[in-house]
Design a protein. Structure first.
Length: 588
């Protein structure tokens, strides 16, 4: 994403808080005008006392007005800051919400890409979004004030003393010029800084998640050292960013000071030769620092902009991505007979160019069972991911009851799916809540019915709190088989016409396996199902078996047909039979 696009993106976001930012600028401008008046008042008091020998009584009124002006300006500045800050906070909240929604909509596919993806997302959602605050709350109002306030001061100066106004006009552009020159370097450094932070977060997150492995390898000290090395690296990058920021402040202060000095020298000489009134000279001299102040402050605000641009670069692509293609169909009617499915020359390639599926065609009538077989990396999960709507085909199409899947709203489509991954996730909460996850309104009788069919009811009743027993995080405290059966009950309750199953490849003990098979039989009844199959019994019972290798279908048919063909299927089955140590032999 080019820098111009990033700027444009930030400006588009700013449009959302245009109103409060305008008010904030209005208040700042009022405060600026009061400042000009206040300086005039101070100049006139001092000039009256020094040159006209005025007494205390003569200057009493302006002297009393001064503190009021101070107070009024304090209030105005406070109001301006508060408005801008609150608008920025609202916007941050909004951006974070939209970004999170995008990430969730993208699904888990994105988080599988690249090593630092999770860390990157966490950094993006936290520090990344925080970095926007400076841009909206300070940079934007300051940008406008940088033009308005100096212009107002310049106008007053022009009336009082044209020579000083000329010096101002000549010197003022030098400050932004040098600032941009130095800022160019900061931008690159800033992006480097973000990258380092993302790597650091990713590494840290990995370590926390893999704490058991670390302990087991006795490697925690080594890893702690590596984190400390990375943190030190990050510190060094941060310092170099700060060094440039300080350098730019120094240069800006230097130019501003020199410019004020030039104005002062000109005024001094003319006062000395009596070519100028004391009041005019003093007034202009008081105003001069405030003429340069907004320009000087731009340095630090520009730094805030750099930070925001550096941060936005990390998520703008995701924010700007087109929404899912507009869907034409708005409903999917599932006839009583169930759901039929066909793949027509389906192709899928990841962004990095990996072709995961090529020219995959098959069709499945309602109620039929499909088994996907093939070595790791063959493309089996990709077929499930496509059906889950996590990714879209890059070629060909998928038809559901004759309707192109890409024409269906994905939320509506997912209602038709029962999904049973290898390791189902149970979120913390009670068992009843876990079962009800896919259909929050299910009555208790339905839940118990599903649990009975999934052969998990007796186990649940054996717990002290029954269905109200609280699950630990990720189903901790339950065995793999029990989690599977809860997930099966959950899918039964959902009662979706198409089932996507990823069979556990680990070998379960006979009793557990028997219970799971019985539970699955209930689930598979009258439903169309696609299973990434590892157990020979499942494969044998399938109506259609697809043997995948390297993203293409190398063989397809029923068990008997494929056994007779003596091809890839036979090799695959023999290999898994040997790998399983003969356990599957009882089936076949
Ligand atoms: P299987 O489920 O049969 O083991 P997959 O469908 O997971 O195979 O993978 C098919 C191919 O896609 C493999 O070559 C794999 O390396 C690749 N792949 C999977 N996920 C990604 C990803 N997020 N980015 C790039 N390539 C991927």
């Amino acid at each position: 994403m080019s820098k111009a696009n990033l700027s444009r993106y930030l400006k588009r976001e700013a449009k959302r808080i245009e109103q409060p930012i305008r008010w904030s600028i209005g208040l700042s401008l009022m405060s600026g005008l009061l400042l000009i008046g206040q300086m005039g008042m101070i100049a006139s008091i001092i000039s009256d006392v020094l040159t006209k020998h005025a007494g205390l009584a003569d200057v009493m009124l302006p002297l009393c007005l001064l503190p009021l002006l101070f107070l009024a300006r304090a209030f105005l500045s406070y109001g301006a800051e508060k408005l801008a800050l609150h608008a920025a906070i609202d916007l941050k909240h909004d951006v974070r919400g939209r970004l999170l929604k995008r990430l969730i909509a993208k699904g888990p596919i994105r988080s599988r890409e690249g090593d630092s993806a999770t860390g990157d997302q966490v950094t993006m959602l936290t520090e990344g979004i925080e970095a926007l605050e400076g841009y909206f709350a300070r940079y934007l109002p300051a940008m406008v004030m940088m033009v308005l306030l100096p212009l107002a001061i310049l106008a007053v100066t022009l009336v009082r003393d044209w020579l000083s106004a000329l010096v101002m006009v000549i010197t003022a552009p030098l400050i932004p010029f040098f600032m941009i020159l130095i800022g160019k370097g900061t931008e690159k450094l800033n992006q480097k800084q973000w990258h380092k932070l993302a790597v650091l977060s990713a590494h840290f997150l990995d370590m926390i998640q893999g704490l058991t492995t670390l302990k087991w390898f006795n490697a925690s000290r080594r890893e702690a050292e590596s984190v400390s090395r990375m943190a030190d690296d990050y510190r060094r990058t941060t310092m170099s960013v700060l060094r440039v920021a300080f350098l730019s402040s120094l240069v800006l202060e230097f130019f501003a000071t020199i410019s004020i000095a030039i104005i002062a020298v000109f005024i001094g000489f003319r006062l000395l030769y009596g070519e100028m009134s004391f009041y005019d000279g003093f007034y202009v001299l008081l105003l001069a620092p405030d003429f340069y102040l907004p320009l000087r402050q731009m340095g630090s605000h520009y730094h805030a902009r750099m930070e925001a641009v550096g941060a936005a670069e990390r998520f703008v692509d995701l924010m700007e991505e087109d929404e899912a293609p507009k869907t034409k169909e708005t409903s999917l009617s599932v006839p009583q007979a169930g759901l039929s499915l066909s793949f027509e020359h389906v192709q899928f390639a990841y962004d990095d160019g990996t072709v995961a599926l090529q020219d995959v065609s098959f069709s499945l009538s309602a109620g039929q069972k499909l088994a996907l077989v093939g070595p790791s990396g063959a493309g089996k999960s990709t077929i499930l991911d496509l059906l889950l709507g996590l990714i879209q085909p890059t070629g060909g199409r998928i038809l559901v009851n004759g309707v192109d899947l890409s024409h269906l709203p994905v939320d509506l489509w997912r209602l038709q799916l029962g999904y049973l991954p290898q390791a189902p996730t149970l979120f913390s909460g009670t068992i009843a809540e876990a079962l009800r996850y896919g259909c929050p309104d299910a009555p208790m009788e339905a839940i118990i019915g599903a649990a009975r069919q999934a052969e998990i009811h007796d186990f649940i009743m054996s717990l002290p709190d029954g269905y109200d027993s609280v699950l630990q995080e990720k189903g901790g405290g339950l065995s793999g088989g029990q989690i599977q059966r809860i997930a099966i009950a959950r899918a039964l309750l959902r009662d979706a016409p198409l089932l996507l199953l990823d069979e556990p490849s680990a070998h379960l003990d006979r009793a557990t396996e028997g219970k799971i098979t019985a539970a699955l039989q209930h689930l598979l009844q009258n439903r169309t199902a696609i299973t990434i199959a590892h157990r020979l019994s499942t494969i044998k019972e399938a109506d259609l078996i697809l043997v995948l290798e390297g993203g293409t279908i190398v063989e397809s048919g029923t068990h008997d047909q494929l056994m007779a063909a003596k091809g890839a299927y036979l090799r695959q089955v023999t290999a898994s039979f040997v790998a399983a140590g003969g356990q599957e032999g009882h089936d076949g």
